[in-house]
Design a protein around this ligand. Structure first.
Ligand code: ADP
Length: 283
């Protein structure tokens, strides 16, 4: 299996304050990998290091075998990135933004024109090619960012909080695009603080908190590790949660209770596991 991304004991500090703390994980080619964590967990910093925008303080990062510190140009040729802040130029048209990116990547014509056409159609912006970017909606700008990131035909796409601030319908449309690209073979790493996003999209999930990776696996693996069954008990205004290996075990426990008032059983989900691990809820 081809390794797409490999991080080994990666640290990043700003003014001696650790922001990413001993991060190690691997993403295989073709995988859709989600980094989940609250604001400030270090997700964006991790993407910035992976995409050569900032250097790790310590540790090693490879993207498709290229070291991001010693071989940044080769690494950059393999990757596309969609950052959180909208990074397209509002005073240029949709087409001009694509042209600029294509030229910066030395994509020659007629291939450049064909690729711009192809990706604008793919993200359904073909009819808006002559619109100034500042006249586009938030969802359209995000789709343009994706089209632009794909122009130089990268092997991996990094998406930093791709759907933040978008309405539910626009989010769903972006999810479809992301999923479809992955089905076509594109490796992807996305960061998010939305549980439903990782549950819907990702093959494997890494949970980050305070710069550390505190859990890693498929949703099913995380549920098996922490417990697939949950007994909830209302105590005053609060709910107390107890994990059990299976739903059956949780039901057995409930049935053994003489007073079942305020108690219920349900399968565990990612949010339960996140709260259990970090002691807090996401926004
Ligand atoms: P996330 O993407 O999970 O919300 P970030 O990687 O953006 O987290 O930030 C992690 C921490 O690093 C935050 O406390 C943030 O304030 C700090 N940080 C990020 N970038 C810088 C920077 N350029 N200088 C100083 N501190 C930074």
């Amino acid at each position: 299996m081809t390794v797409a991304v490999h991080l080994e004991n990666v640290h990043k500090s700003y003014n001696s304050i650790p922001v990413v703390n001993d991060l190690s994980f691997t993403i295989n080619a073709g995988e859709m990998f989600g980094l989940l964590g609250p604001n400030g967990a270090g997700k964006s910093t991790t993407i910035r290091m992976l995409t050569t925008l900032t250097k790790p303080t310590q540790g090693q990062i490879e993207v498709f075998g290229y070291d991001v510190v010693s071989q940044p140009i080769l690494a950059k040729q393999c990757l596309g990135v969609v950052l959180q802040a909208i990074s397209v130029d509002g005073d240029l048209t949709v087409w001009e933004n694509m042209e600029l990116h294509g030229r910066l990547h030395h994509i020659g014509n007629p291939g450049r024109q064909r690729l711009i056409e192809q990706w604008l159609e793919y993200v359904e912006l073909g009819t808006r090619r002559n619109s100034l970017v500042k006249t586009l909606s938030g969802g359209m700008k995000r789709r343009l960012q994706i089209a632009r990131a794909l122009l130089h035909q990268p092997q991996i796409l990094f998406l930093d909080e791709p759907t933040v601030g978008l309405d539910p319908q626009t989010r769903r449309r972006l999810w479809e695009i992301i999923r479809d690209l992955n089905k076509q073979g594109m490796t992807m790493l996305l960061t998010t603080h939305y549980m439903d996003e990782v549950e819907y999209l990702c093959d494997r999930i890494g949970i980050m908190d305070n710069g550390k990776l505190i859990s890693l696996g498929t949703l099913q693996e995380l549920r098996s590790t922490h417990g697939e069954g949950l007994v909830m008990k209302q105590v005053g205004e609060r709910w107390e949660y107890v994990f059990f290996p299976t739903l059956e075990d949780a039901n057995l426990y409930l049935n053994q209770q003489q007073d079942k008032t305020g108690m219920m059983v349900r399968p565990s989900n990612l949010e339960d596991i996140f709260v259990e691990l970090t002691g807090r809820k996401l926004d």
